[in-house]
Design a protein around this ligand. Sequence first.
Ligand code: F6P
Length: 353
Amino acid sequence: MSKVWDMAGYWFSLHHLLQEISEPDSEPNNMKKIAIFTSGGDSPGMNACVRAAVRAAVYYNIEIYGIRRGYTGMIKGDIVMLDSKAVSNTVQRGGTILKSARSEEFRTPEGRKKAYEQLTALGIEGLIAIGGNGTFTGSDIFYNEYGIPTVGAPGTIDNDLYGTDYTIGFDTAVNTALDAIDKIRDTADSHDRIFFIEVMGRDSGYIAIQSGIGGGAELVMVPETNSSIEEVIETLKGGWNRLKTSSIIVVAEGEDEGGAIAVSNRVKKHVPYADIRVTTLGHIQRGGSPSAYDRILSSRLGVAAVEGLMQGRKNVMAGIINNEVVYTPFKETITLKKPIHPDLIRLVNILSV
Ligand code: F6P
């Protein structure tokens, strides 16, 4: 529990930092050519963000190029010019029209040199990176080596980035998980079964906690708290004592006790009479048409990324905190941890009584 309360400090320090980090660190510039790419795991809303950035660039008379497959395309020079029409009919589409990849070559100085040469050959003056932690780590290194200003937009279903309340795709992923949990609950109830449902999130429990609360889970296991197998068994026994015949336990893939299969196997040994099943939701959480929330978030951040570059911002991520656009240095987004609000963790316990 103490781990949870330690996290409360985050909200105060974040609030304190807002003023400091929202000021541009140089004069507005007259950028005329920029490029945009999506990188790392795709997320619903990436297209809406690309579309917004392209339309904003056109609006401000800036030429904009699309780099395909993230850093891989940057190294290979797989770069195409975009216009307003190129992004028509994309706001509602899942995935990324620019495609995505995780590039090993960009991790090497030689790879980054090739990327720089490709960009300078086209006269690219600024970059917009849509991705997560790995993407911004690459951007930070690249900026420090070659100085091309980059503004990021947080594109990941994991919602694990410091500097924004929500990341692009998180809301849709939670809704996808919820839809699946509702369906599983129907069959769990019919057969008096216990289901362990594993959701994505890498090292973060955001998808788990929100889909667990929304889906009425009896317990949610996330890496941010100290869950234990004993706690799972106690919760199940408590439910049986209250004549609950079925239960849903949501397990974040990054949970310290292991994923849903590992946890369920250990629990089974202690309650062999329970009828237990496991479902891993997997990549369905990454696809699908973005929710209304994600489309609007993505649109705001796409425009904010272009405007950030125009204002002379560099090496920062555009995010939204308390409904305001905020720019946070990549260094902070990649090193600082965004904890789950303690209230959400409390809610699970209260609501499953
Ligand atoms: O970061 C997004 C994410 O979907 C994580 O939740 C998950 O751990 C990972 O990517 C899966 O990566 P891949 O698609 O490469 O298997």
